[in-house]
Design a protein around this ligand. Sequence first.
Ligand code: UT7
Length: 330
Amino acid sequence: MPSLSTIILGTGSYAPERVLTNAELSKMVDTSDEWIRTRSGIRERRIAAPGEATSDMGVQAARRALDDAGVTPAEIDLLIVATMTPDLPMPAAACIMQHKLGLPTSAACFDVNAACTGFVYALDTACAMVASGRYRKALVVGAEKLSTIVDWKDRTTCVLFGDGAGAVVIGTTPQPDVGLIGTRLGTLGESVDLLCIPNGGSSVPATPESIAAGSHFMKMKGKEVFKLAVRVMDEAARDILEQHHLRADQISLVIPHQANLRIIEAISQYLELPLERFFVNVDRYGNTSAASIPLALDEARRAGRIQPGDLTLLVAFGAGLTYGSALLRW
Ligand code: UT7
């Protein structure tokens, strides 16, 4: 069988209507617009409606990606949803989305939890499965309702996160050297404690006391995460460029995980690549975890920032700590 390239056939994204501004947040916790903007670059974020689940946002993004690709739900035989906020602890959000999207019952549907790196992990998995020839067309979705795991009384985290979704459709082409050129994934499991939900899992199940103490919400050592994030994103970007004998200035657009503008600025300095080559929308959405890269990718494409022949670098880090990069040629 001739080898096929796995390519992105279409992209889509969705952000809930409700905008939560820094000014509103400063009435909820002891913070200010000035602090949030200067420390993170975030001006506002979106918050899902009470009855709006992760799968609902994922479905909206997926439908837009299918439309963009000109692919029908009936053609999809693989759905991977990157999320750490599935609708239910079990089963996977992908199963709920399969039904809502009307995908064939013969489609393989599962979730990937690699926190904010989830989309890059899911993209790599989907492309490998499609490249194997055993699946033809895949939907890869990043969707999060982080507003449900954020402690709205904790100013060190609640100002940073938002809800949203992004999706891509993966297919194949006989054209060589296009689509997913390569990935570089990694994990620093010794750093689990830096960013986690301490209670509610199998090691420490939730109790009325732990819930009263707020231990079922996300906890983060922000400064430590910041330093590691810069280190591993730089490493993941450099490694993949080196593997493919590329210089940073050959990348037309970097789509970094949108956690903090200062992290993106640091990567831009380390790679000696001007900030104009980085797509940034953290100011409007905050950190949407696994949704952040596909949401940014869709906005970048629709804004005309990605053209045929361009090389795009995705680079992410997240709880785990997980990190990774992916190189795409369009
Ligand atoms: O996808 C992965 C998710 N995680 C991240 O991306 C987080 C990475 N880390 C960061 O983005 C930054 O570390 C933060 C934005 C979380 C914090 O910025 P920082 O410059 O590292 O600030 P800091 O944690 O050192 O806090 C500085 C001060 C502290 O007060 P003192 O001890 O100097 O008196 C904090 O208590 O700012 C205080 N502070 C706040 N003040 C106003 C912390 N949060 C807030 C807040 N409003 N929301």
